[in-house]
Design a protein around this ligand. Structure first.
Ligand code: FAD
Length: 404
């Protein structure tokens, strides 16, 4: 990749990858640098929504969305391959956090269909997801149910042969531009998380209303939706009644390492920009990179990034080795560490770039706004820590203790 700095370094995690992964990483990074990175950041929420629809079509046409869906449901032939998905998110996030979000939402919104959908549901939606013709959304969070998913108040009541859906969802990515929503609702409010079921609700369902956008500091289509007496058929349910919470957690388990990978991509780009600046900017008669306090920052950034990548690809490799198994502990560790590390790395990069780094349109300023949400969505860092502790306390031995 002569002529420009490379952001990714799959060699760091070579032990977890195959040859095809290295080839894929090079290909997607070159594509993202050529096709996505040069695009200006959308200047308004409305423009971001238009750009997101354009990006999903471009990602589909280039074949990258095939990595968002397991192979047996029309995805890339080498799958199920979470490592490929992580490499894609790293490359896209380094080039454009919005492109990464668009890719990620195709995976998040469609994975419940892959995991629990009927043949008819899969046939209707998954080829369109892979082609970038249909955008998906994952609608779990509510005004009074964030980290505490079991508190959700959206209700699917039995009515005739189907259900009647009422409620409201907030902070939903792709709200207003999705073609289909994966919706979590209570079918038995007394049963807590065991009373939650999952439904597939097309955007044109009568009674589904887009209440409006919720505007983030970085471009990301986010918003609120409401359901007022939406009539759903039994065949619109994803999986069995009462299995929705489990399905949601399985989906998040599998995709948390990819959030961590996106964090690594943003951090890698920030480190590359900081190194470039440290080599070229001169103060006190020498390059910034000659100053030991700057060197200390660069070293800490590189160590944080390498450690984050190891946790990401360890989790993804475990998932690929046993697609039916769970990676709850590894996924939570990867997400908690990588997203917090990426925040530190991007902050240090901006500090090294000085005043220029804080200017709008500087690549590090854009990363600074984009990286923050990763510590919150798909389970906050605090919730990841609770998950990790629960796993440790439940295990008879520390999970990493060698035998004997
Ligand atoms: C950019 C973005 C995109 C999003 N996209 C989606 C989406 O597509 N679909 C979707 O369903 N949701 C989405 N969300 C919502 C996201 O999942 C929630 O914001 C997140 O789960 C936290 O919920 P909350 O915001 O209600 O915070 P709260 O749950 O109210 O938490 C507030 C704070 O309290 C802490 N806290 C809560 N409980 C505990 C505890 N037991 N112990 C210690 N600390 C605790 C949290 O860690 C957090 O720091 C998105 C959010 C953002 C920012």
């Amino acid at each position: 990749m002569a002529g420009r700095m490379s952001w990714l370094d799959p060699g760091t995690v070579r032990a977890f990858l195959d040859e095809r992964h290295l080839a894929l990483a090079e290909e997607v990074e070159a594509w993202a640098a050529r096709e996505i990175a040069p695009r200006p950041e959308p200047s308004s929420d409305a423009a971001a929504r238009v750009e997101a629809r354009r990006l999903v079509a471009d990602l589909g046409a280039a074949g990258w969305l095939a990595h968002a869906v397991p192979a047996e449901h029309g995805g890339a032939p080498a799958g199920p391959d979470l490592r490929a998905c992580c490499l894609l998110r790293e490359a896209l996030a380094a080039a454009s956090p919005l492109a990464d979000a668009v890719f990620a939402l195709q995976a998040l919104g469609s994975l419940p269909i892959s995991l629990a959908g009927s043949a008819a549901q899969r046939e209707r939606w998954l080829p369109a997801v892979v082609a970038g013709r249909a955008m998906t959304a994952f609608a779990m969070t509510e005004p009074e149910a964030g980290s505490d998913v079991s508190a959700l108040a959206t209700v699917a009541r039995r009515e005739g042969a189907g259900y009647r859906l009422d409620g409201q969802k907030t902070l939903i990515s792709n709200a207003g531009i999705a073609d289909v929503y994966t919706v979590f609702a209570a079918t038995d409010r007394e049963a807590g998380h065991r009373g939650i079921s999952c439904f597939l609700v097309p955007a044109d369902t009568p009674g589904l209303e887009f209440l409006g956008p919720q505007v983030l500091s970085s471009p990301h289509p986010l918003g609120e939706i409401a359901f007022a007496g939406c009539a759903l058929a039994e065949a619109d349910r994803l999986g069995a009644e009462g299995e929705g919470f489990k399905l949601g957690m399985r989906t998040l388990d599998r995709l948390r390492p990819t959030v961590a990978a996106a964090a690594c991509g943003m951090a890698a780009r920030a480190l590359a920009e900081a190194l470039d600046h440290a080599r070229t900017r001169r103060q006190f008669g020498r390059p910034l990179g000659d100053l030991q306090l700057v060197q200390q920052k660069l070293a800490a950034m590189a160590v944080d990034l390498a450690a984050a990548r190891l946790l990401v690809y360890r989790a993804a490799a475990k998932a690929d080795a046993d697609p039916a198994g769970r990676i709850t502990l590894e996924a939570a560790m990867a997400k908690a560490f990588a997203t917090e590390a990426a925040q530190r790395i991007v902050d240090s990069a901006l500090q090294i770039c000085g005043g220029r780094g804080a200017l709008a349109e500087h690549p590090v300023e854009r990363l600074y706004r984009s990286v923050r949400a990763l510590r919150i969505y798909e389970g906050t860092t605090e919730i990841q820590h609770l998950v990790i502790a629960k796993q440790l306390l439940a295990a008879p031995d520390p999970p990493s203790r060698p035998p004997g």
